[in-house]
Design a binder for this molecule. Structure first.
Ligand code: IMP
Ligand code: MG
Length: 181
């Protein structure tokens, strides 16, 4: 049994599709941040692979930092109550912050983070999300750099987990039989 070959998921986005899109996003960000002071802020844990790949396609002397959030909820549904469980390791005063996230689902996590980080006087804050599930958005979030819009399915792989597992799949798949809430 190989988790990579025999995983019980339907493929939604292949490794090649993901990598091609990330290269495009990296080139766009490189152009847009030429005269800026870019800090990539990865939202742990879901964004760890995306940030690692994206940052290698940004040709700028950027800084990488991380924060971690958790939202209480059931296995596949967030409650909307967001908690910062690990903060940034440095100041973002006068920096151009780009939040790097795996997926915008309800939008509650991103709107909480934007509000929180805005109080720390960065020069700018933008959002780069690999995925967006527009059918589930509750809180409007402006995604400045988006990888893919996806249908209303629970997805795993490439950083995204189901009960902590499957983050290491190099592609993104969806659960055929979504778990009961
Ligand atoms: P929010 O609902 O936009 O606040 O998203 C909260 C978090 O739930 C995201 O950052 C993901 O970590 C997680 N999440 C949302 N949808 C999925 C999914 O389809 N698969 C795995 N994790 C998800
Ligand atoms: Mg996440």
């Amino acid at each position: 049994m190989s988790i990579l070959k025999d995983a019980p998921f339907e493929t939604l986005l292949t490794e090649e599709q993901i990598q091609t899109r990330i290269r495009e996003l990296g080139e766009q960000i490189t152009q847009d941040y030429q005269d800026k002071d870019l800090v990539l802020v990865g939202v742990l844990r879901g964004s760890y692979l995306f940030l690692a790949d994206l940052s290698r396609h940004i040709d700028l002397p950027l800084i990488v930092d991380f924060l971690a959030v958790s939202s209480y909820g059931t296995r596949t549904q967030s409650s909307g109550v967001v908690r910062l469980t690990n903060d940034l390791s440095m100041s973002i005063v006068d920096k151009d912050v780009l939040l790097v996230e795996d997926i915008v689902d309800t939008g509650l996590t991103m709107s909480y983070l934007i509000e929180n980080l805005a109080t720390r006087k960065p020069r700018s804050i933008k959002i780069c999300s690999l995925l967006d599930k527009p059918a589930r958005n509750i809180q409007p979030v402006n995604i400045d750099y988006l990888g893919f819009e996806i249908p209303d399915k629970f997805v795993v792989g490439y950083g995204l987990d189901y009960m902590g597992r499957y983050r290491n799949l190099p592609y993104i798949g969806y659960l055929n039989h979504p778990p009961a809430e």
